[in-house]
Design a protein around this ligand. Structure first.
Ligand code: MRU
Length: 362
């Protein structure tokens, strides 16, 4: 079985064209899409062809390259980059990556040298995220190993929400990386996969990823987790995040907060796995200050699936009922057991985060 079979973003053989897996088609079809224009990059991020905080960041980074290639005018280039940066509001990785590559572009002389600098910086961000996720996997696997030992080697049951796997990153994933590494260590792990309405990233993407890697898993409805925790069927929860304040508040896919509440009520440890690119080093109060994306109500009204003949959409609400679709929620730091980062595991508070990232927190 393959744990890192492919990447959700790559440069084509010509070394120029940015290609991404069209995640809207999974698990039914594995198709690549080329992103040749800034409009295509923005649409891919907004329509969730690519999604997941680290991958949105890497796509934004390559988007700067696309912007540079499609205009010679510096003001137009900067405006295009600003538009890419604003494509989705919650995952801080997008703005972080675009700013980093734009700064690199502006430090290089215009022309081919600038293009080379941008290409190199975007590639560097992608490779850094691979390395970060691998390290998150190593640190997180130790937590799973401790639980396995405490259970006398019996299966460890981990619950996750949304997709924080390699599809959401570049390789390994954040929440899934500890699972992959634990299995390499010979630890018996089973994953409860929240379906994650309305777009079903758990049911469609996490289940697909885990299945390809041969990881035992079970898809559950979003509301089943609390019930399983009450019956002692969950040993730990591990989720990803789109933006985490340096004080420890965690924005992640809608429904994460309810899992954290249920975990606290049942004494189940609740971990958040994240690379440093997902920390917001400016914001203190997650509830007040993290922008929460409101997505289109149609994602609630219509369920997307497939039949043998191809994609199919089914309406599930009455024609006249309005729907609301907040895409993320904020789990306060007090409900988080610990963060699993590339530099190690820390408590969800300013002092502990600062101890791991002293150059970021004053
Ligand atoms: O709306 P999505 O699918 O982009 O949301 C993704 C998540 O909420 C993930 O948990 C998060 O980005 C972490 S990915 C490592």
């Amino acid at each position: 079985m393959e744990t890192k079979p492919m990447r959700p973003i790559r440069l084509a053989q010509d070394g120029r064209t940015v290609e991404v897996i069209d995640q809207r088609q999974l698990p039914h079809r594995l198709e690549m899409l080329s992103l040749d224009t800034v409009a295509q990059v923005i649409e891919a991020i907004q329509q969730m062809v690519v999604r997941g905080a680290p991958l949105i960041g890497v796509t934004g980074a390559y988007g700067v390259l696309v912007a540079l290639r499609t205009t010679d005018d510096e003001a137009a280039f900067l405006e295009a980059c600003a538009q890419i940066k604003a494509a989705r509001p919650t995952a801080v990785n997008l703005a972080w990556a675009v700013d980093r590559v734009v700064a690199c572009a502006m430090a290089a002389p215009a022309g081919t040298a600038r293009q080379a600098a941008v290409l190199q910086e975007a590639g560097r961000i992608a490779e850094e995220e691979v390395d970060n996720c691998r390290r998150i996997g190593e640190h997180g696997a130790r937590i799973i190993a401790d639980i396995s030992r405490a259970k006398g080697g019996q299966t460890v049951h981990l619950l996750t929400h949304c997709n924080a796997g390699w599809l959401a990153c570049v390789e390994w994933g954040t929440a899934t990386a500890p699972v992959y590494v634990a299995r390499e260590m010979g630890i018996d792990v089973h994953v409860w996969v929240d379906e994650t309405r309305p777009l079903n990233q758990g049911a469609r993407l996490t289940a697909w990823e885990l299945g390809r890697a041969g990881v035992p898993h079970t898809v559950i409805t979003d509301n089943a987790g609390g019930h399983l925790m009450q019956r002692g069927m969950v040993d730990l929860v591990v989720v990803g995040t789109d933006r985490t304040t340096f004080t420890g508040d965690v924005a992640n896919k809608i429904g994460t907060y309810l899992k954290a509440l249920a975990a606290r009520d049942n004494g189940v440890p609740f971990y958040v796995a994240l690379p440093s690119s997902t920390f917001d080093w400016q914001l203190q109060d997650g509830l007040a200050d993290i922008p929460i994306e409101a997505r289109h109500a149609d994602e609630v009204h219509w369920v997307q699936g497939a039949t043998r003949d191809g994609p199919a959409r089914v309406r599930i609400t009455p024609a006249d009922s309005p729907a609301a679709n907040p895409a993320f929620d904020v789990t306060p730091a007090r409900l988080v057991t610990a963060f699993i980062t590339e530099r190690g595991v820390c408590k969800p508070d300013r002092a502990d985060i600062a101890a791991l990232f002293p150059e970021k927190v004053q």
